[in-house]
Design a protein around this ligand. Structure first.
Ligand code: SAM
Length: 278
């Protein structure tokens, strides 16, 4: 029976508000699990179990799978689709409401694998990145979001989140997935992105400041980096310009030209010029 027929037979009603676009193609599910590099030693955190198709594919390869699911209407479905799998735990809770402590305790070194609900993709990713949850994060996101996460400096897709990911590790797009692979089909295509965390990648002595500088640099995209730094950090033109000069870029440069490594150098130059994070 197809997933569509199965869900209809159980009177399941999709809740649009929760970004429910399910996948059931066995080849695609196996490919995502392979992209994520899941092996028998791994604890996997999944966000959004849906009908449990990806959960079951993960459970075949992993030591343990813990899945969060916000929609309690999926309780009877998941009970049925995951029956007989003794290495799966489903937590019926909004992932965004889980505390940092409980996530860190359970999933610090885990692999995260998810077909993310599109309405909350960025907040979930930022949580995982900033709170140190998961060493390897493999997520299905809308193609345009994937383009942003994997962008090179200088392009229109390159933004604060791209730099953030590059500061903390390495990001690659592993596959593009057409909208017809989902049920119900969304209006846009998707892609799988894998992020591998790399502790202290640039040996940044001022990570909190670098993070602030990145946010500031992209605050107003049409402004130069100098103007964004002056406005966002409250530094003088002289301090902003002397720090930018040290990175080797012209004083008229815009934030989207600098790489993650350049931002580490820029924050060090700001400290040298006397700036202190308040
Ligand atoms: N993993 C399934 C699959 O690949 O078919 C479902 C993916 S679907 C795109 C996203 C799932 O996340 C939905 O089942 C939705 O109910 C759930 N969800 C949405 N918001 C959530 C949240 N804040 N916390 C946990 N689950 C959530």
């Amino acid at each position: 029976m197809s997933l569509r027929d199965y869900l209809a037979s159980r009177d399941f009603r999709f809740n649009k508000q929760f970004g429910q676009n399910f996948i059931s193609d066995g080849n695609l599910l196996a490919a995502i699990v392979a992209d994520a590099g899941v092996s028998a030693e791994d604890t996997v955190l999944e966000i959004g179990a849906g009908a449990g198709t990806l959960t079951a594919a993960l459970a075949e390869k992993a030591r343990k799978v813990v899945a969060y699911e916000i929609d309690k209407n999926l309780v009877p479905i998941l009970k049925e689709t995951l029956s007989g799998l003794d290495n799966v735990e489903v937590i019926f809770q909004d992932f965004m409401k889980a505390t940092t402590e409980e996530l860190r305790e359970r999933f610090a070194g885990a692999r995260v694998v998810a077909n993310l609900p599109y309405y909350v993709t960025t907040p979930i990713l930022l949580r995982l990145l900033e709170e140190g949850i998961g060493d390897h994060i493999t997520v299905m996101v809308q193609k345009e979001v994937a383009d942003r996460l994997c962008a090179e400096p200088g392009g229109k897709d390159y933004g604060a989140i791209t730099v953030k990911m590059n500061l903390l590790g390495n990001t690659t797009m592993t596959r593009v997935v057409g909208r017809q692979m989902f049920y119900p089909a969304p209006n846009v295509d998707s892609a799988v992105v894998r992020f591998d965390r790399q502790e202290n990648k640039f040996a940044d002595p001022n990570p909190a400041l670098t993070s602030r500088v990145v946010r500031t640099a992209f605050a107003m995209r049409r402004k130069t980096l100098t103007n964004n730094l002056m406005q966002g950090l409250g530094v003088s033109r002289a301090v902003a310009e002397s720090a930018i000069a040290k990175t080797g870029y012209p004083l008229t440069v815009r934030g989207e030209i600098l790489s993650a490594k350049d931002y580490v150098a820029l924050s060090a130059a700001l400290v040298e010029a006397g700036y202190q994070l308040k």
